[in-house]
Design a protein around this ligand. Structure first.
Ligand code: NAD
Length: 430
């Protein structure tokens, strides 16, 4: 007779979002549950998202062609407060990807003790091939379709891959137009002129480096003496690289979608940024050795910062990674098998739910400022962020020590326990 684990759902529940990434999120969740001490009912409830919305976004492109873009929003848990999470524009966006990312957002918000649950959404499109006018049309129609499901007390979007403060300004404007008054608190990551927060744009990348710095403290390493490779040179990776260089560390490799560049003596980041501004990507950069993205991950370095995509560190390449520490700036960049191989090889992984939590933390500060119509200064935000990340880091490190589990499992256990305690107290409705 078929048996099923205590947490497992009947096969038909969750079929819609069953993808490799969602399976990774669930596998990590189930592994963490072994140490989280939560009831079966709560464990089952949190194994699937509360709500998943699929819409289709019709847009007349600049050449007069009509295209219908599939788009999604998944809300994983509203137990602790409104749901919160990014909107990404990417050709690989699926319901399953959003479901996995929404679940990780729940654990991340709970770990940081923010009064939110997790959500994620996106439009399946190739943003580099779309003009600003086309992106604006996609954003406004997508926001209109989501009107019944989002709100400052329901679900608060933010930027993610290939979306930025302009995207958030269009979302805020569309929502506000339909309400009839300005509602800055509907999104975070907006321009400062419409209620955005200082330091939000840098928060994720800066937070990644704050977490690395804290880890160096525990490991007895001196950050300025370390060599870093950073995959992804966008909002997260670009800022993280700059913050590392500001602290005196050597950034020996970086990459974007077009490939990577390597210089064992350290790269000139300002020159790289100018090149990208002029040329659109790193391709053809003349003053360093060109490498492919797979080669970049295997370069000789002390710390590998993954700040591009999911599923980059896998069973295939983990045996050849030369870094001693991996910092997950991206969400879900390591597969379950990649994780196991790194553990066997003694490579420490600073997990995504902790390492990239700077973004959602300053998003929370932005939302609080918008609701209170009272704005804080840059130094105050930076120091509040450092305090929150430091506190979460210490709790995760100590839990990992006490229970002899990986930092990832410890971070998930800490997050899951927060949500489970709230759901236990509230009870599962009805
Ligand atoms: P971004 O679009 O600003 O930058 C992404 C970078 O990755 C770009 O440099 C892009 O060229 C590069 N890239 C794309 N495809 C690649 C490939 N195949 N190989 C190598 N590089 C590739 O996006 P971002 O906001 O920096 O987000 C990056 C990751 O960080 C995502 O996983 C996102 O979910 C996560 N994240 C972002 C934030 C935030 O506040 N922006 C917060 C938390 C987590």
């Amino acid at each position: 007779m078929e048996t099923r684990s205590e947490v497992q759902q009947p096969a038909e529940v969750g079929l819609e979002w069953d993808t490799p990434l969602y399976r990774t999120a669930v596998a990590q969740y189930e592994e963490a549950l072994r140490h989280a001490d939560v009831s079966v009912a709560v464990a089952r409830r949190l194994a699937v998202p509360e709500r998943a919305v699929m819409v289709s976004v019709p847009v007349c492109l600049d050449d007069g062609e009509w295209t219908i873009f599939p788009a999604y929003r998944v809300q994983h848990s509203s137990v602790l407060g409104p749901t919160k999470g990014g909107i990404r524009y990417d050709r690989h966006v699926t319901l399953g990807e959003c479901a996995a990312l929404a679940m990780w957002m729940t654990w991340k918000c709970a770990l940081l003790r923010l009064p939110y649950g997790g959500a994620k959404g996106g439009v399946r499109c190739t943003p580099r091939e779309l003009s600003q006018a086309e992106l604006q049309k996609i954003t406004r129609r997508f926001t209109s379709e989501l009107m019944p499901f989002i709100g400052p007390q329901e679900d608060i979007p933010a930027p993610d891959m290939a979306t930025n403060e302009q995207t958030m300004a269009w979302m805020m404007d569309t929502y506000s137009m339909q309400k009839g008054y300005a509602v800055p608190e509907i999104v975070t990551g907006k321009p400062i002129s419409v209620g955005g927060s200082v330091f939000r744009a840098e928060a994720t990348g800066a937070g990644v480096v704050m977490v690395i710095e804290r880890a160096c403290g525990r490991l007895g390493w001196s950050l300025p003496s370390l060599r870093f490779v950073v995959q992804g040179f966008g909002n997260v990776g670009g800022i993280a690289a700059r913050e590392l260089a500001d602290r005196g560390a050597s950034v020996v490799g970086v990459s974007d979608y077009s490939g990577g560049v390597h210089d064992p003596a350290g790269l000139d980041l300002a020159a790289l940024r100018s090149w990208i501004t002029e040329q659109g990507s790193l391709a053809g950069y003349p003053d360093a050795t060109n490498v492919t993205n797979p080669e970049l991950l295997e370069l000789d370095c002390d710390v590998l910062v993954l700040a591009a995509l999911e599923e980059q560190l896998t069973a295939e390449n983990a045996p050849r990674i030369r870094a001693r520490l991996v910092a997950e700036g991206a969400n879900g960049p390591t597969t379950v098998a990649g994780d196991e191989i790194c553990a066997e090889r003694g490579i420490t992984i600073l997990p995504d739910v902790l390492t990239n939590a700077g973004g959602v933390t300053v998003s929370y500060f932005e939302w609080v400022q918008d609701l209170g119509r009272l704005f804080w200064g840059r130094d105050e935000i930076r120091s509040r962020l450092a305090e929150k990340l430091g506190d979460a880091f210490d709790r995760v490190w100590e839990l990992s020590d006490q229970t002899d589990v990986s930092l990832r499992s410890a971070a998930l256990v800490a997050g899951i326990r927060e949500v489970a305690a709230a759901l236990d107290a509230r009870g599962i409705y009805p």
